[in-house]
Design a protein around this ligand. Structure first.
Ligand code: MYA
Length: 434
């Protein structure tokens, strides 16, 4: 149903997990589905006028493994980077959004609340909170100039937005300084006017001015050319509400009470030593996380400052738990999720769906299945309605057993100005973008 960014997708089918159902397409999606899409778009004469002009892997190059891995274009001398902003249509002006300002943050919040990603059936729309936006946009070393808005000159109304934040991302053996691009949004009334290419060029220019030449981003739409295509899975925590609001349906031959029983969870986490992460845990969490992420083809290269920012619990934004061995006090395992509610559009009884999104998880002693079951238990205690996870990293190993059902939206991962030789399976990705 979903065709957008990491959209507030609802499960494609009954959320009644069927252990006999065939596994969702995953490794085969990478090359085969892409090749099919390319065929389709060629036969429809569909072009990507903007994306064809950009240093990204082009569809025509899929399958050509002779092209080298790495930057597609070399950096240009900084003095040659355009100093002034790109031209916007006459009625509009650029602004740099000061997200520290309560007033500015509220404007951005409202633009996104009313115009950001929806599912295909327009039943749900992401509702990132202001605290979440401040967290997502101010990691260590962030640049204010990468938080870009477009206003109507006359009314000063904010009508478009795009952001970047800096990140070190390892691609195979190379650690590359990148921008993570997110929150691209054009007001509903200004769609299909080719504002997006200008916004992307402007954020690119501002990233270049900081001597950074690569970017990572995700989208629900197919563009040239995904490095991987992932799928969301959903685990009901509050099945009655999910069914009432149309997020999921009652499974065949299921009653409401059987469904509620199916998804019931214990009242508290089962693993001895399972507790919330605290500031003094940052070095130990960084160690086990770095070690864990080193096995994936693409993953962030987190240092302690990054871990403190991205993973230390912040109420209603990000939650992290770990297992401290009761005997040795060693930190052996870690799990985390972020909070991203969706507005429920046009429902009489409910206005918000409270969703937790699996973030980074590391198991060294506690089996991953048990660790994630504890994550579900605490998320339920914290009153989340649903727990979502992508099929990245080792997530496939617990999804079905823990009663997640596949969603119908796909999430495509992209790199800008960096070619990788072969598309990756979701399980080769160690990166979660917000
Ligand atoms: S993904 C979230 C995107 N946001 C939404 O889905 C919210 C709801 N939708 C909207 O606000 C609008 O529909 C948007 C398009 C803004 C998405 N990523 O202005 P247009 C291309 C990249 O007439 P509109 C996220 O935030 C499209 O293929 N390109 O279209 C990550 C076409 O180009 P081409 C996209 O519908 C963003 C052109 O735009 C996307 O009015 C990463 C049409 O422009 C998309 N999601 O507005 C951005 N959607 O003709 C890239 C459409 O070639 C960053 N398009 O097909 C790249 C790295 C930059 C930094 C580099 C640093 C070195």
């Amino acid at each position: 149903m979903v065709n957008n960014n990491s959209s507030p997708s609802s499960p494609g089918e009954d959320q009644n997990p069927n252990p006999d159902a065939p596994p969702p397409s995953e490794s085969d999606i990478a090359i085969d589905a892409l090749a099919r899409k390319v065929q389709e778009s060629l036969s429809l004469g569909k072009r990507h006028k903007f994306w064809e002009s950009q240093p990204v892997r082009q569809f025509k190059d899929v399958g050509d493994s002779s092209l080298p891995e790495g930057p597609i274009e070399p950096p240009t001398p900084l003095s040659e980077v355009k100093q002034e902003p790109y031209n916007l249509p006459n009625f509009y002006e650029w602004i740099t959004c000061d997200i520290d300002s309560e007033e500015m943050c509220t404007e951005v919040y409202n633009l996104l609340k009313n115009n950001y990603v929806e599912d295909d059936e327009n039943m749900f729309r992401f509702n990132y909170s202001k605290e979440f936006l401040r967290w997502a946009l101010r990691p260590p070393g962030y640049y204010k100039s990468w938080h870009i808005g477009v206003r109507v000159k006359s009314s000063k109304k904010l009508v478009a937005f795009i952001t970047g934040v800096p990140a070190k991302i390892r691609v195979h053996d190379d650690v590359v300084k990148m921008a993570e691009i997110n929150f691209l949004c054009v007001h509903k009334k200004l769609r299909s006017k080719r504002l997006t290419p200008v916004m992307i060029k402007e954020v690119t220019r501002r990233v270049h001015l900081e001597n950074i030449w690569q970017a990572a981003y995700t989208a629900g739409v197919v563009l040239p050319t995904p490095i991987s295509t992932c799928q969301y899975w959903h685990r009901s925590l509050n099945p009655k509400k999910l069914i009432d609001v149309g997020f999921s349906r009652l499974g065949a031959r299921m009653t409401m009470s059987r469904t509620i029983k199916l998804y019931k969870l214990p009242d508290s986490a089962v693993t001895p030593g399972f507790r919330k992460m605290e500031l003094h845990d940052v070095p130990a969490v960084t160690r086990i996380l770095r070690n864990y992420l080193s096995q994936f083809a693409v993953a962030p290269d987190f240092d302690e400052d990054d871990v403190e920012h991205w993973l230390l619990p912040t109420e209603d934004v990000v939650d992290s738990f770990l297992v401290e061995s009761p005997e040795t006090h060693e930190i052996t395992d870690f799990c985390s999720f972020y909070t991203l509610p969706s507005s429920i559009l046009g429902n009489q009884n409910y206005s918000t769906l409270k969703a937790a999104y699996s973030y980074y998880n590391v198991s060294t002693k506690t089996p991953l299945l048990q660790l994630m079951n504890d994550a579900l238990i605490v998320a339920k205690q914290m009153d989340y309605d649903v727990f979502n996870a992508l099929d990245v990293m080792e997530n496939e190993s617990f999804l079905k057993e823990l009663k997640f059902g596949p969603g119908d939206g796909k999430l495509h991962y992209y790199l800008y100005n960096y070619r990788i030789r072969q598309a990756l399976k979701p399980s080769e990705l160690g990166l979660v973008l917000l």
